[in-house]
Write a protein that binds this ligand. Sequence first.
Ligand code: 5GP
Ligand code: ZN
Length: 111
Amino acid sequence: MDCLFCNIASGKIPSKKVYEDDLCYAFYDIDPQAPTHFLVIPKAHIASVSAVTPENEAVVGHMFSVIAKLAQELGLDSYRVVSNIGEQAGQSVFHLHFHVLSGRDMTWPPG
Ligand code: 5GP
Ligand code: ZN
């Protein structure tokens, strides 16, 4: 399967890295929607939150501890974590990712 974010996680497609470990990869979004906008993805392919199961849930918890650590390191004291699931919700890449957005006022509810 040719997946854009699998190729980014493996380094086959270049990206601006924020963080990497054995389980996940974080990189700046190519089309930032806030002054700080990066994505955190698992290295193993998971299509979306809908494909999270008891077998792969540990990586999701790990991704959130990475988000907390990166936010602290980057000095983000207010930020939003977003995951779009399915086309109607705005998902355009079908490899699980958490958007981390910060540095501007946010509206609620999201559009
Ligand atoms: P989604 O629309 O699925 O919630 O989020 C996908 C995100 O991936 C979008 O914000 C889009 O700008 C970003 N994106 C798409 N292609 C690339 C790419 O090749 N490199 C990077 N760094 N980001 C990408
Ligand atoms: Zn993938």
